[in-house]
Design a protein around this ligand. Structure first.
Ligand code: FES
Ligand code: FES
Length: 155
């Protein structure tokens, strides 16, 4: 099997895997990084959202051969102390219910705020609609995004 070098959360990782193996399974099964969740495997639910070169991508649709030499960030690499403004905001607003979709929600929100530091409601809704929540935490997600924007503005 081919060997791939990946850059994940600022660390180089070497894995042996079939070329078409999705990043989601590389993370979960080969690297034991289970923060990125499996929902649909079809690019629909968004629970497997990660950042690739800062852009939000569904890891279930990214074959390993396509992501070499690209900087990948997962929920585990977002901050050292779980204190990224989005994580702080999520705690402040008590967003999660069952929690299953939440790493995807947080990663999508992080990408949104990197793209646009003060997104309009339409921009936020368009971005966050890419991650589904069966528990219906959408109103708290909306509040948490505003909290994250406020926290990011603090000196
Ligand atoms: S598991 Fe990737 S989008 Fe649903
Ligand atoms: S918190 Fe349960 S699916 Fe979103």
């Amino acid at each position: 099997m081919p060997i791939y070098k990946l850059s994940i959360n600022g660390k180089e990782q070497t894995v042996e895997a079939p070329a078409e193996m999705p990043l989601l399974w590389v993370l979960r099964d080969l690297l034991n990084m289970t923060g990125t969740k499996y929902g649909c495997g079809l690019g629909i639910c968004g629970s497997c959202m990660v950042l690739v070169e800062g852009d939000a991508k569904t890891a279930c649709l990214l074959p390993i051969h396509s992501i070499q030499d690209q900087a990948i960030t997962t929920i585990e690499g977002l901050s050292d102390r779980n204190d990224h403004p989005v994580q702080q905001a999520w705690r402040k607003e008590h967003v999660p219910q069952c929690g299953y979709c939440q790493s995807g929600q947080i990663m999508r929100a992080v990408a949104l705020l990197q793209e646009e530091s003060n997104p309009s409601q339409a921009q936020a809704e368009a971005a966050m609609s890419q991650v589904l929540c069966r528990c219906g935490t959408y109103p708290r997600i909306k509040k948490a995004i505003q909290s994250a924007i406020d926290l990011s503005k603090r000196p």
